[in-house]
Ligand binder design. Sequence first.
Ligand code: M6R
Length: 608
Amino acid sequence: MCGIIGYLGDKNALEIMIEGLTKLEYRGYDSSGLTIVSNENLYTVKKEGRIEKLKAAVKDLNLKGHLGIGHTRWATHGEPSDINAHPHMNMKNTISVVHNGIIENYIELRRELEAEGIVFKSDTDTEVCAHIIDKYYEGDLYEAVRRAVKILKGAYALGICAKDEPGRLIAVKKENPLIMGIAKDGYYISSDILAILDKTKDIIYLKDGQIVDIKKDEYKITNFNGEIIEEKIETIDIKTSDATKEGFEHFMLKEIFEQPDVIKNTISRRLNSKGLIDFEDLKLTAETLKSINRIYIVACGTSYHSGLIGKVIFEKFTNILTTVEVSSEFSCNLPKLDENTLVIFISQSGETADSISALKAAREKHAKILSIVNVLGSTLARLSDYTAYTWAGPEISVASTKAYSSQLILLYLIAIDFSKKLNLIDEKAEMEILNNLKEIPKKLSSLLNDLEIYKTFAKIAVSKNSVFYLGRFLDYYTAKEAALKLKEISYVHAEALPAGELKHGPLALIERDTPVIVISTNEKLHEKMISTIKEVKARGAKTIAIVSGEYEAFESVSDYILKLPEIDSIFAPLVSVIPIQLLAYFGAIEIGSDVDKPRNLAKSVTVE
Ligand code: M6R
């Protein structure tokens, strides 16, 4: 939620702000703004709507300066508007602040400041930061910020500049992501590496409770007490092409097409010289694992759906009772946890507030914590006892696709690793499973050869206000992911049901031409799924069957059929997800929505 960028250096800060904000727009896109320090003055421009509006607003202003801060917003406090857009300023307009996060005690602080005569311009929580920093400002911006953060409660990443110190940029990190980039031309701060990937690969991952004081040719990092902290500069290994569409019309399509390589890569990173699965770097020993009597998998959205499949795989390969929970529910109804419980958090961003808060609750109960995350150095990764990265590369489209596939494949690999550590599987069986998994990329590629069929399916899916996805067992979980994907970017109400539940109520909703998409990848369940199709057809539904294995019997009952490559049903979720992602993608194209930035959403949800 929200992206911030800042720059102090030799180049034109305005260009860097606009380029950076365009790359951060996936984090929030209801308004944006920037401050440029030019001729010892602060020039601030803020616009409700997409970055394009901001670009248009600054186009003819001829703003030249070497220091700037910028922000792209996903509204939490105050509606999207020019006034509520960041940066926010003090009354004299001499201090400018961009913020990602939430100031939890802003109501109380606002009341106090108002009582002191401060007049607020916006409805945001952020504005209190500008006024408090102003209150403490005595010619040293760093000191003023250091005093201010002592009274700010909540989660925040801040970028701050002041008129009276035109060569100084201050940044603060507390529970929201912020990195610093060090380049020949100057210093950058950003919510995400992606925004500055073409400027530098030398990064400092700032830690919670740190303030960076950046001047022309030097910087210092301190804690909130002012003690200097030495932080390592890391040279990151992310390709610049990861942040571009590479000829695809949308990031989502590019990321769907990346999946065969992502799976290949995730597997190969986990094989040792003998070609066997290796998670030694996790340092989760056989001894520790043997003490675990219960696993919880906790996640949100698409990551939760991979967790549902993970539960089945974990129980199959480890015999450990495994439960899956949505993060926000897990925190408010915490089960009995202790040091013999392993809680696995799954998250693409590693910054999802609901998951972070669930992790903290689990930590208090002394549970062991493993996180499966994509973003390196993210909060969940840092708070966990063990972290396994999915290595899917940056995922930019709000709708998650390749992150999901990488989570799934990693869950299979971890489950088998656990199985080995628990002496439940021998090398021959492991090799057999690995051979199956290694075949997956080829199968995915075969589904990406011809996209016409998905366009036809998409037209049917978005032709009505309501769509049903049906499946049994693992296919039901894929159906849930399918429904989420369609809702999220095609704005069609989509509901996933375990096929057997249909007759217990939802069947009443089926009428002439209601689109019903049936996923059937387990031959043992084909007959039952065929009966389901007959039931909905009898009520007039238009049916699409996505089938693996013997499919002939589906031909006579379903209106449309998509045949998946042959695959053992336990691995089918890795394959059946491709058609449903493409169906949602072309559904979004059909209705003309903004595929990569669907309305009301943001890529990483850093508020509870
Ligand atoms: O970064 P996370 O995996 O923790 O995010 C969880 C959900 O917000 C995310 O999966 C969301 O549901 C996606 N937009 C779905 O495509």
